[in-house]
Design a protein around this ligand. Structure first.
Ligand code: GDP
Length: 453
């Protein structure tokens, strides 16, 4: 969903407007400037188009000296995550200096702004709204949030500016993504079984597989259909030992994988599990991690992995070894196959589709904020006990990796004191998100913004 942020100095009626748009009372409206609210995000479902509204007004305290700081923080959050900004002003008070500096700031963002002249509940007050034309925002609406006047006009203007259609954004995006072939990079060290996997997928011996290292051709894209879905195999079977100088080979093959990995929606890291994980496997895994790519660890040559042991023990054993070897790639699911025997290829594709579909899950902004607030509450003292201790103001999910079929999300946290968040605490919060967000194989990024020591 697209996000609309409500920005304005304290007491102009942001919360009242927020409640009008949300259609229910969520935030606490109070006459006093700077009153803190418990919720700042809601879905607006007026008309056919849905969007999310974000009230930036609940941030900070109410004393005068922090007022500019507060406005600053509000603006920076809004500017970062919103697709559209509602700049709320008060026609009774007229233009204030804070309004002026806010207007300047909003103009600099290059995001669409709708000027909302609030408290216009009488014809006389409406006249006052003319004063704000000085700010030069083309889109202006006069409303009375308290009395529910002008709200329909505002919603239709928002819909127009956000270009919202009958279907929700998300549905369209999923449909678009599913119709595109998924780009699978098949990477791994020489002899792991990449060409064999490509052949098993294609169901015919199109790639040349040889026992002699160094015989397969260079990287090539191959179109494939499996269970009626389209894929594009970015085949790096070209990764081959070219000489006996191991160092030269490693650098060049890892380098080639990088090119494939960069182009891929999803990486299939093929590992010869009978031979065990080697340095080169870990290097390629490292690249996948650094490129922040969705990944599945394909345990090939499963037929050779302790073939005489009991099936259950084999699986447990494999899982234990490989989880340890690739601990840093903990988001990647593990699938055991035998490419040569064409065993469990179907299972691999079930997992591929799980990754593709899971990535479409989005933790709603409200749920994300509750989740993180609870997690922080459950670890009292971890972030300092003083009154100046850490406070999470707002968190949201921003999808990155534009142009790729599997979006990789970025969770952005806004806090009063970003520096309070240690590396290990960040990992804890990442785990909290990971447990809630049902998207195997998809990495995510998390970052904190905020000022103060
Ligand atoms: P690539 O270098 O990664 O493309 O590896 P290849 O696909 O050329 O495979 C290397 C060797 O491993 C070949 O001799 C394959 O027949 C063999 N191989 C591949 N997959 C399997 C498997 O699942 N089981 C067994 N036993 N051998 C395999």
């Amino acid at each position: 969903l697209k996000t609309v942020a409500i920005v304005g100095r304290p007491n102009v009626g942001k919360s009242a407007l927020f409640n009008r748009l949300a259609g229910k009372t969520i935030s606490i409206v109070h006459d006093q400037a700077g009153v803190t609210r418990d919720r700042i995000v809601a879905q607006c479902r007026r008309g056919p188009a849905w969007f999310e509204i974000m009230d930036t007004g609940g941030i900070g305290a109410s004393t005068d000296d922090v007022l500019t700081d507060q406005v600053q923080t509000e603006a920076s959050i809004a500017l970062d995550v919103a697709d559209l900004l509602l700049f709320v002003v008060d026609v009774v008070d007229g233009i204030t200096t804070i309004d002026q500096s806010l207007a300047r700031e909003l103009r600099r963002t290059n995001k669409p702004v709708i000027l909302v002249c609030n408290k216009a509940d009488s014809p006389k007050r409406k006249l006052n709204a003319g004063e704000f034309a000085r700010f030069g925002f083309a889109d202006t609406v006069e409303v009375s949030a308290a009395h529910g006047l002008g709200i329909d006009d505002l919603v239709s203007l928002i819909s127009t500016r956000l270009d919202l259609k009958e279907t929700t954004e998300t549905e369209e995006a999923i449909a678009r993504q599913n119709s595109r072939p998924l780009k699978l990079a098949i990477v791994g060290r020489p002899n792991a079984g990449k060409s064999s996997l490509v052949n098993a997928i294609l169901g015919q011996d199109r790639a040349i597989v040889s026992d002699v290292a160094g015989t397969t051709r260079d990287a090539l894209d191959i179109k494939a259909t499996y269970n009626g879905k389209h894929y594009q195999l970015i085949d790096t079977a070209g990764i081959r030992r070219r000489s006996n100088l191991d160092t030269v080979v490693e650098i060049s093959s890892v380098d080639r994988s990088l090119q494939s990995i960069k182009r891929a929606d999803l990486c299939l890291l093929v590992i010869d599990c009978a031979a065990g994980a080697k340095m080169q496997d870990r290097k390629i895994a490292q690249i996948i991690l650094e490129e922040r790519k969705p990944c599945i660890l394909v345990m090939n040559k499963w037929d050779l992995f302790h073939p005489d042991a009991k099936q259950k023990d084999r699986i447990e054993h494999l899982d234990e070894i490989m989880r340890r070897e690739f601990f840093f790639l903990n988001y990647a699911p593990l699938v055991a196959i035998s490419a040569k025997n064409k065993d469990h290829i179907g299972k691999l594709f079930v997992q591929i589709e799980k990754v593709r579909n899971g990535a479409q899950n989005r933790i709603s902004t409200g749920a994300l904020n509750r989740l993180l607030a609870n997690a922080i509450e459950n670890t009292p003292g971890a972030l300092g006990r003083s009154t100046h201790s850490f406070k999470l103001l707002y968190a949201t999910q921003v999808n990155e990796a534009e142009g790729f079929a599997i979006p990789v999300p970025h969770f952005v946290l806004f806090a009063n004191r970003a520096s309070k968040l240690t590396e290990s605490y960040m990992r804890y919060l990442e785990k909290v998100i990971r447990d809630e967000w049902d998207a195997p194989g998809v990495p995510f990024k998390m970052s904190v913004r905020g000022k103060g020591p």
